[in-house]
Design a binder for this molecule. Structure first.
Ligand code: FEO
Ligand code: CA
Ligand code: CA
Ligand code: CA
Length: 664
């Protein structure tokens, strides 16, 4: 059962030292097991991972995908429904963000050249998306995969899915494969996640531009308005996508990865294909035959994740979201319908009730510690056909291009919003701001997309290396938090502070503003999640401190807004207090293998099994495509001693040796 949460949890594990070992290193008294890794079969009819890239493209419709990222555990009842308090049997939904390298997936890495090999692209399309896997607890409290479970499922970048909400049927969603703009194929670049109070999974489309290109002369075939929209979403003409999925041949299965005008109308080509991605996608893991649904009311951008407030009967359901583009915005969605606990367990029908009608807002963080939610509704605040650079047609147009709507109102450009998390003890919302190379000194003249620091994003450079190389920007990131006015998630105003500035322990005092020490210094917060006791888990996707340590996961007991104090916009001084206290309230729980990112977190309701993901171990070798020597051999380095096997993204299950609750 799900015991009552401890009011003020105390961390009771020893901090793991920083290190560069090719292992998951975890606090003593804990053990780790690999739940699943790239290529593991979900069905017994497919052979085990062969470690030579010989798995067929088709088999990835039944194998664990690549690039494990956001995930969630749902307890599974004997009747096959959601059982929120069940810990010994469940469904684990895992995002497969992208194909790493792709040096591990193919026999000899990615074949070089500007035209991709069709079989390689087919395999990559099938290795993206989401996996749903039944898991069952064994005697040691860990959980393992249940092969052949009827709930096991792969959702890929080719799976048929539906549009829902105000943009469904919009002329901006129409393609040759869906002339009515009501369906599309696939989800991809599924980064962080969310989950709903009614028991469904949310997967969030982030870097979809990885797989979409655009022809050299495409602007000439477009209206000025269309060109404005494409440029604002980061898809200028003459752009080749890194994955070149549009190159193996002329079939629609490849042509759909190029957003260019080639036919007489949108129904004849894939000019709108980019508009089919960048959405929040709802999946009912308990209904394996249901189509995933792209919920358009929550807007289209580089979605990191989608985190619910605590549902309260008679009040709207609220989701918080970050747009992980350089200097982009934080958003929230407030449902029109008020929460009715009787809607639990009704799957996608409940999703339609709460996620297809509502209001989208973008966040403005004022220098005095107050904040405002700016409404992005067609016909309000000048978001209408009178807009000079982008005359909006209707709410579908606003939702397909919410960045352009938000630009009109001036929300705060953030240092790359990654994961959010809602504190179950007080409703406060936290969000990682991972880093931003675009911050410049307050006195500098910004060019292009550079920005001066502001109160919510106050750091603009750090001298990271021996006092010689001054790196512009905010390389280490920070974590911001806010409390809604009146503790009402639907409020239009909030108060905020900065909870934690990431930094090296040996950095100067005006850089290490949170006074981090060797037991808890870190860089580039990304994954963030509150467990039911109010412990905040922080994961890193770092590029600034990796000369000293691999990426990591920390646990924190964070207090509340006001404890941190606001930093000044001058970009150096801060009144921050109390965030660290020598590891009492922030402590390193584990470190990952070489050249990985630690991301994705889930826990059983009894808090005795914790899951996290190791994404892209050995990524530094990926440019070598088929490198003879990887920089990591994990997970074999963990499970198989000296075996030199391909590095693979994987889900890790953590248990305490004595079977107790994690972290306490
Ligand atoms: Fe896929 Fe913003 O991380
Ligand atoms: Ca991330
Ligand atoms: Ca990241
Ligand atoms: Ca990543």
């Amino acid at each position: 059962g799900d015991a009552a949460p401890t009011p003020t949890p105390t961390l009771r594990f020893e901090a793991v030292p920083k290190n560069k070992n090719d292992l998951v290193s975890i606090a003593s008294g804990y053990r780790v097991s690999i739940l699943h890794a790239l290529g593991d079969p979900l069905q017994s009819g497919d052979a085990a991972w062969a470690d030579d890239g010989s798995e067929t493209p088709d088999s990835y419709n039944r194998r664990i995908g690549d690039g494990h990222d956001g995930m969630h555990y749902f307890g599974l009842s004997n009747a096959g429904a959601w059982q929120a308090d069940r810990s010994d049997r469940g469904l684990l939904c895992v995002n497969h963000e992208y194909v790493v390298g792709p040096h591990c997936l193919h026999p000899n890495g990615r074949t070089a050249g500007s035209v991709r090999v069709a079989a390689e692209v087919d395999k990559e399309i099938a290795a993206h998306g989401v996996s749903v896997c039944e898991v069952k607890r064994g005697a040691d409290m860990s959980l393992s995969m249940v092969r052949d479970s009827p709930f096991n499922r792969r959702i890929t970048s080719a799976t048929l899915m539906d549009f829902s909400g105000p943009a469904k049927g919009s002329n901006l969603l129409r393609t040759k494969q869906s002339p009515t703009g009501t369906t599309t194929r696939g989800t991809n670049n599924n980064c962080a996640n969310g989950y709903t109070p009614w028991g469904t999974y949310l997967t969030c489309e982030e870097n979809y531009l990885n797989v979409i290109g655009r022809a050299a002369d495409d602007d000439a075939a477009r209206s000025a308005k269309e060109v404005t929209a494409l440029n604002r979403s980061g898809l200028p003409q003459n752009r080749k996508s890194p994955y070149l999925w549009d190159t193996p041949g002329s079939s629609d299965d490849y042509a759909r990865w190029n957003a260019s005008v080639t036919g007489a109308s949108a129904e004849d080509d894939f000019r709108n294909t980019a508009n089919n991605f960048g959405w929040i996608v709802e999946i009912d893991p308990f209904s394996p035959s249901s189509n995933p649904v792209k919920r358009t009311a929550l807007g289209r951008f580089n979605h990191e994740g989608c985190w619910p407030c605590k549902a309260v009967a008679g009040r709207p359901v609220v989701f918080y979201m970050g747009d992980d583009g350089g200097s982009e915005y934080i958003y929230k969605f407030v449902s029109k319908a008020n929460w009715d606990p009787a809607d639990v367990g009704k799957g996608l029908a409940t999703g339609a009730k709460y996620m297809d009608q509502g209001t989208l807002y973008a966040a403005k963080f004022n220098a005095d510690g107050s904040g405002n939610w700016l409404e992005l509704t067609f016909g309000k605040n000048g978001i209408d056909s009178s807009h000079t650079t982008y005359p909006f047609a209707d709410q579908a147009d606003v939702l397909i291009n919410p960045r352009l709507a938000a630009d009109k109102l001036g929300p705060t450009k953030m240092d790359r919003p990654e994961w959010g998390a809602v504190n179950p003890l007080n409703g406060e919302v936290y969000m990682s701001l991972t880093n931003n190379s675009a911050r410049v000194a307050p006195t500098a003249t910004p060019t292009g997309y550079q920005l001066r620091p502001d109160a919510a994003n106050p750091r603009y450079y750090e001298d990271l290396k021996n006092g010689t190389s001054v790196q512009k920007g905010n390389p280490n990131g920070h974590i911001i938090r806010w409390r809604e006015a009146g503790d009402d998630p639907a409020a239009s105003a909030f108060t905020w502070d900065i909870y934690l500035f990431a930094a090296q322990a040996d950095a100067a005092a005006d850089v290490n503003l949170s006074k981090l020490t060797d037991v808890n210094d870190f860089s580039c917060p990304d994954g963030l999640w509150f467990d039911s006791r109010g412990i905040l888990w922080i994961q890193t996707d770092d590029s600034a401190y990796t000369d000293v340590t691999n990426c990591m996961m920390l646990a924190a007991v964070p207090g509340k807004v006001g404890d941190g104090g606001a930093a000044t916009a001058a970009g150096g001084t801060s009144t921050i207090k109390g965030a660290n206290a020598n590891g009492t309230t922030v402590r390193r729980f584990l470190t990952g293998p070489k050249d990985c990112e630690i991301t994705g977190i889930a826990m059983t309701p009894d808090r005795k099994t914790l899951f996290f993901n190791v994404q892209h171990p050995g990524e530094a070798a990926s440019a070598d495509h088929g490198a003879k020597a990887y920089t990591s051999y994990w997970p074999a380095s963990q499970t198989d001693g000296a075996a030199k096997k391909r590095p693979r993204s994987a889900t890790v299950a953590v248990t305490r040796s004595d079977g107790g609750e994690i972290a306490l």
